[in-house]
Design a protein around this ligand. Sequence first.
Ligand code: AMP
Length: 195
Amino acid sequence: MLNIVLFGPPGAGKGTQSEKLIDKYKLTHLSTGDIFRANIKGQTELGTLAKSYMDKGQLVPDEVTIKMLEAEVNKNPNSNGFIFDGFPRTQAQAEALDKLLASKNTSITLMLALEVEEVELKKRLLLRGKDSGRADDQNPDVIQKRIDVYNSETSPVKDFYTAQGKYKGTNGIGEIEEIFNALCSIINAQNKIFK
Ligand code: AMP
């Protein structure tokens, strides 16, 4: 199995690159943000709870997020592998993911990180807010809060994977195709070892 954590701050291009990667490597895409948004749209109890955090740019509590992610992984028993997009965002989530995958005799192959500086992120998110209709992309205070939460709570997750020798950073600024090719080169090099 090829299990990738696609990592990076909000607006780094994780969603865009995930779409291309799942197509090429035939992986299952699990975006916790997308799943929360689908629950909000479907007016589920989980959606109502998640919205109260998302509207403020805060993280949805670990307990809720981990339970949801585990259920999604369990729905795909025959997958070739997963792209985790927007998960894990805390150390507790990273530990829970390792445990879950170990129970299925598999593990994370790689953490691919898209590196983009803050000014560029803010520009991209405000631009996306105009088209996507995402409330959290339209308010500069919420955008700032999400970047601050990333820096304080999520960024340390890279140390967790660095310690396992799995962290690979790449420049997230440039043409979409160029970034995609850089990600594929990293995956192909690593996947030879993990196959
Ligand atoms: P995203 O679509 O990844 O930018 O996520 C949008 C929002 O959903 C975040 O700002 C959080 O409020 C929430 N969210 C998504 N993934 C997670 C996660 N792994 N842990 C906690 N909250 C999350």
